[in-house]
Ligand binder design. Sequence first.
Ligand code: HEC
Length: 233
Amino acid sequence: MIVEKVHAPSFPLSRGGLKRLCILPRDKNPTGSLFIVLHPIFLKPSPFNKLIYLSVIIILISLSACDRDNNSTGYTYFPDMVDSRAYEAYSENPNFADRSTMRQPPEGTIARGYMPLPYTKDLEDRTLAGKELKNPYDYTEENLARGKVMFERICFNCHGPHGDGKGYLYTSGLFPFPPASLVNRKVDSIPDGEIFHTITYGYGVMGAHGSIVRPDDRWKIILYIRKELQGIK
Ligand code: HEC
């Protein structure tokens, strides 16, 4: 920035002391410099001008405290613990040998409220889950109501409101493969654990729904299918 002294004819301060701030056209200003043309009244050594220049310097210093880099707090006068000194989740950490701030849980740890399932997606494990897993929930009104809500949120679109496989995704032609009927003799007779395994890991063309349906909701959906759709309980 070049502040250029020009001897312009004086005019009253009320019309604006800073006469103009201009960027000259390219051909007249090959370096692209910004010229600030000051009114001569600002060039006199008066107490008023000293105040103006002092304020400009203070403003410039305060602006220099602003920092566009999100990883730096810039310069702060008395930060008073505004910025956390803790290591950020993904930042490097010199206190650990592997330099990672996020730590691995000790081996064998499981999240609170979560029970890992000792099965894989394959059919043998589905049969095994059918033998080993029992529905821990009872046919209470509350459980059935929750099962209905979750069935209608997740399964309904494919398997249909009556569980017969005529859900909107299929009847509208958006989903090309016919979803299984949940109210035929086959699904009537498979154990709860197999349906639980199916919801968790998927089955054939049906994808896994374990990540979007909590284990307790899976069991409640099964209660709902048994009682309200199959009508066998
Ligand atoms: C995106 C569509 C879709 C959604 C959503 C879906 N399913 Fe399925 N489901 C299918 C299809 C398709 C099949 C048949 C898979 C095959 O035979 O390859 C199937 C099969 C099944 C079977 C196996 C039936 C058998 O023959 O053993 C069960 C049980 C089942 N689904 C239950 C559910 C439940 C409970 C939900 C909700 C949590 C659900 N499905 C959500 C499409 C879906």
